[in-house]
Ligand binder design. Structure first.
Ligand code: NDP
Length: 279
């Protein structure tokens, strides 16, 4: 049976390190502030925002919360972002996605000054990742690299296959694994013979958004499997994009859902907030 890659434990370790650093900074009179903007009351978004606030509280990051009604206009959101961009006491700005349909995500995300873009979604930060410059990296892919490193998974020279090419997971994931010297393949819905592609992977990262999509026939024996997906099944239980029961017996190491990639995303957001202070 595969070794479990314990995102809960590793994320707790990272948060503890950040807490120590934040407390030292406080003694020097430096306080980190994150502004979180939520438009509307999507239940999942409310849960995510609350979890982010709790993580800030634990670490000692001040969080400012802007919970705006569903009918807020794009101009109002952009004006708020401009105000926060100009405030020297605000280090990071996060806009919880998805936004209501009347507001352009692109317009909002590009309005955040890149030095405060702790989600790493601004094209300047994506470009920085692409060209190997300093910048914020999208939290979920950054969390996965941290998970691999802290679990002592060798990345250099390994075949890494990423299933999914979204802007927030698949593409930045591929760039990060390239930066870590893996040989990277990205597969997507138009890929032909997906099983043949995924079976080449020493490290298989799955972000397809389809419950239990990857079964053992997609996995090379001895591979490391990272499951990014999060879904709730009919019994209200969480599951991932990987069929854990089928894949765990054939692979070397695997992330569970819950308790794998999920907790790492918030830990990396907190890390980005601390780095924002030094930008
Ligand atoms: P998207 O829906 O944006 O992207 C899904 C990707 O999977 C697309 O690139 C799509 O290809 C590809 N895909 C879909 N069907 C197939 C198929 N049959 N074969 C091969 N590729 C396919 O999803 P996200 O990247 O935003 O998220 C992926 C999953 O990760 C979701 O379950 C999401 O909830 C979860 N997630 C978890 C996070 C965490 O913190 N743990 C954070 C972010 C996301 P194409 O481009 O061709 O359409």
């Amino acid at each position: 049976m595969a070794k479990l890659i314990d995102g809960k434990r590793i994320s707790a370790e990272i948060k503890e390190e950040l807490r120590t650093k934040a407390s030292l900074w406080k003694q020097e009179g430096r306080e980190v502030t994150l502004a979180v903007i939520l438009v509307g009351a999507d239940p999942a978004s409310c849960v995510y925002v609350n979890n982010k606030k709790k993580a800030c509280e634990f670490i000692g990051i001040r969080s400012l919360s802007y919970e705006l009604p569903e009918e807020t206009t794009q101009t109002e959101v952009l004006n708020l972002i401009e105000e926060l961009n100009n405030r020297s006491d605000v280090d990071g700005i996060l806009v919880q996605l998805p936004l209501p349909k009347s507001i352009s995500e692109e317009a909002v995300l590009t309005a955040i000054t890149p030095q405060k873009d702790v989600d790493g979604f601004h094209p300047m930060n994506v470009g920085a990742l692409c060209t190997g410059k300093r910048g914020f990296v999208s939290c979920t892919p950054a969390g996965i690299v941290e998970l691999l490193k802290r679990s002592e998974v060798e990345i250099t020279g390994k075949e890494c296959v990423i299933v999914g090419r979204s802007n927030i997971v698949g593409k930045p994931m591929a760039l990060l694994m390239l930066r870590e010297n893996a040989t990277v393949t990205i597969a997507h819905s138009k890929s032909v013979n997906l099983k043949e592609i995924t079976k080449r992977a020493d490290i298989l990262i799955v972000a397809v958004g389809k419950p239990k999509f990857i079964t053992e026939e997609y996995v090379k024996p001895g591979a490391v499997v990272i499951d990014v997906g999060i879904h709730r099944n009919q019994d209200n239980k969480l599951c991932g994009d990987v069929d854990f029961e089928s894949v765990a017996p054939v692979c070397d190491a695997i992330t569970p859902v819950p308790g794998g990639v999920g907790p790492m995303t918030i830990a990396m957001l907190m890390k980005n907030c601390m780095e924002a202070k030094e930008m």
